[in-house]
Structure formats: structure tokens, C-alpha cells
Design a protein around this ligand. Structure first.
Ligand code: AHG
Ligand code: MN
Ligand code: MN
Length: 338
């Protein structure tokens, strides 16, 4: 029997140290936790409940939606719209801001989320996740906030987290005071603190990048990966290992557990199309950067700190280089020298 700290207990105890805390934030996090438990159950049942496969629709980014993309988005909305903590939500799967319906009270926070990250992996039973970020609603929140309210730099985030639906379901959370990991005990329906104070080693010999894009890479990224691939006989003088899950949540989790660097950089193909990256700033880049930085790692576009990028749109994309600090700094220095 597990008699550890539940995530609810952990959040309440953490909030006790914050002067003027009303319990609003604690309660919001609890609703997010509930949503992730529901999603975990859905993802786990998979074909048994007929949720796998394509929905046949496209989201605002032109990606084909999986049934699970739509269902998990609905779970997040239903869990978080009623309690009065939020003024609005924004998600990968919704073109525009989702204002809290008039029948519910409006609160002072904004929530952004990627309800199902790595959804290309659902049909092949590989790990997927959920990513979320909490911001304060700027200005008058009793009015319906538009997209402008969400266009805050990542440094303004109040909290960020992800749920990983892998062999175990885990929740990893930061409120700006370190990073803590919890494992879902399905028998009692609670996330239990299993990984307190997660930290990323500053050095690593493991990198993650989709190498099928190699011919499009910019020179600094090509240089970095070439040097890793050259191994012991190259300028780094050491062999490197490579991983690519195609679920950012799983890659970031691996990096939190044993170090590493993850890159989805800007490349020539993206530049030709006029896009600034693959991953989205508000619900992928920023929350993951906050977690990684809080765990002692670094997160950059290659040219600037991700959390200092001023967003210009809800679905803005951003190049991502994150993980073990010394490796991220090396990639940044190669961009400077370029
Ligand atoms: P999403 O499923 O939310 O659209 O995100 C997928 C992202 C990210 O999780 C992953 O690292 C990357 O896209 C995978 O890209 P490739 O398909 O190019 O490997
Ligand atoms: Mn995603
Ligand atoms: Mn997604």
C-alpha cells in the first residue's frame, strides 16, 4: 500500500507558503489533474472503446485530427470551464480562444494546452502526453478576453506541466519553485509524489532530433549533429546516442530523468514556407521551457531564450532546442558563430 504524498496534498501544502493565496489556483490545478486522469483512462482503453484512428477533420494548423485529439480537447474544456478559476482557454485543437460560457463565473487565470501531444503515436501504442500552461489574465477579466490576453512571454507563466501516458501515467509540474513528478496509482485514483525535485544533468551524450529533416537544417544544427555523430574520433571525443519518440512529452521526460538534448529547429524548408518552427510557443515551447529551466536545464530557439519570445499569435510556432544546459549552450554558441 502506498501512503505517499498525493498531488492534491502537495499542491495545497505548496500554496500555504504563498501569501494571499485564495485556493483558486490549487483548485484549478486539481481540475487539470482530473482531466489528465480521464485522458489517461481513455488513452489506456484505446481500441476497446473505439477512440483510435483519424477523425477526418483538420485543425487550424492544417494537421489531420485524430479522434483522440478532439475527445481529449473536450475533456479538458469540460473539466476546466465550470469552476470559476479561468477567464478563457486556448488549445492546439481550437482555432480561436475558448471563452468561459456566460453560465459559469469567470476567474483570473488563462489556460493553454496541447490536449494530446504526439498524437501520431496513438494508433501504434507509443507514449503520448498532455501539456499545459497557466497565465494570469491581464486587465479586466470579467469581460471576455480575446487572443491578446494570451500573448504573454513564457516568463509570465504561473505554472506549467505535462502528463505522460506511458507504461506508467505521470504528471510533472512546476509552479516556479522546482519540478516535481507524480505517478498515477490507478487502484486509488491518485497521483503520488514519486520524483521530488527533478533536475537535469548539465552534460549529456544523448540527442533527439528528427534526422529525416537533415537536408533542410541550418549550418549550426548540422555542425552540432555532425560532431555528435563523429563520436570518439570527432571533435567531441565521445560517442553519442540518439533517440526520437515523436512525442515531445516523452522526450522531455527522458531528459528530466537522465539528461539529453531535444531539438526541433528552424530549417530551410520552414523558412521557405514562412513558418518559424514546428512546435507551438504557447502550449508546447513555453510550458516545456519553464519545466526544463526549473529543473536546471536550458531552452532556446537557438538564437534567444524561448520564454522571452514575445508571442504574436495563439498558434505561433517556435524553434526548440532544450535540455542539458551545456549542450544547449553549445548549440546556441554555434548559432552565434554562424
Ligand atoms: P502534436 O501531436 O501535438 O501535433 O505534436 C507532435 C509534435 C511533438 O510532440 C513531436 O516532437 C513532433 O511533433 C514530432 O514531429 P515529427 O512528426 O516531425 O517527428
Ligand atoms: Mn504537441
Ligand atoms: Mn497535440
Amino acid at each position: 500500500m502506498h501512503n505517499g504524498t498525493t498531488i492534491t496534498q502537495f499542491i495545497i501544502e505548496e500554496q500555504r507558503h504563498i501569501e494571499g493565496a485564495t485556493g483558486d489556483f490549487t483548485s484549478l490545478l486539481n481540475d487539470i489533474v482530473t482531466a489528465c486522469k480521464v485522458i489517461s483512462n481513455m488513452v489506456n482503453k484505446g481500441e476497446l472503446i473505439g477512440v483510435l484512428g483519424s477523425a477526418g477533420s483538420e485543425n487550424v494548423q492544417g494537421e489531420t485530427q485524430k479522434k483522440l485529439d478532439i475527445l481529449t480537447n473536450e475533456v479538458f474544456i469540460k473539466s476546466n470551464e465550470w469552476a470559476g478559476h479561468l477567464a478563457a482557454m486556448a488549445s492546439e485543437e481550437m482555432d480561436d480562444v475558448y471563452p468561459i460560457p456566460d453560465k459559469y463565473p469567470r476567474g483570473k487565470y488563462l489556460l493553454t494546452f496541447d490536449p494530446l501531444d504526439g498524437s501520431s503515436n496513438t494508433d501504434v501504442n507509443v507514449s503520448v502526453g498532455t501539456i499545459f500552461s497557466i497565465l494570469k489574465c491581464p486587465g479586466e477579466c470579467s469581460a471576455r478576453p480575446g487572443a491578446e490576453g494570451f500573448l504573454q512571454a513564457g516568463t509570465e507563466q504561473v505554472a506549467a506541466g505535462y502528463a505522460l501516458y506511458g507504461p506508467s501515467t505521470m504528471m510533472v509540474l512546476t509552479t516556479g519553485n522546482g519540478v516535481n513528478g507524480f505517478t498515477l496509482d490507478a487502484d486509488i485514483g491518485e497521483f503520488i509524489l514519486t520524483n521530488p525535485n527533478m533536475t537535469i544533468p548539465a552534460d549529456t551524450r544523448e540527442f533527439a532530433i528528427n534526422a529525416s529533416n537533415m537536408r533542410h537544417w541550418e549550418a549550426p544544427v548540422k555542425r552540432y549533429v555532425d560532431e555528435c555523430l563523429a563520436g570518439k574520433t570527432g571533435p567531441r571525443g565521445e560517442d553519442f546516442n540518439m533517440r526520437w519518440v515523436a512525442s515531445m512529452v516523452a522526450e522531455v521526460h527522458r531528459i528530466l530523468m537522465r539528461g539529453g538534448i531535444f531539438m526541433y529547429p528552424l530549417d530551410e524548408k520552414m523558412k521557405a514556407k514562412g513558418t518559424e518552427g514546428k512546435l507551438r510557443l504557447l502550449y508546447e515551447g513555453n510550458p516545456m521551457s519553464m519545466i526544463v529551466e526549473q529543473a536546471g536545464g536550458a531552452a532556446s530557439t537557438g538564437r534567444e531564450r524561448i520564454m522571452e519570445v514575445k508571442p504574436n499569435g495563439l498558434h505561433q510556432r517556435v524553434p526548440v532546442v532544450l535540455g542539458s544546459k551545456n549542450e544547449v549552450e553549445r548549440v546556441v554558441s554555434y548559432h552565434k558563430e554562424d
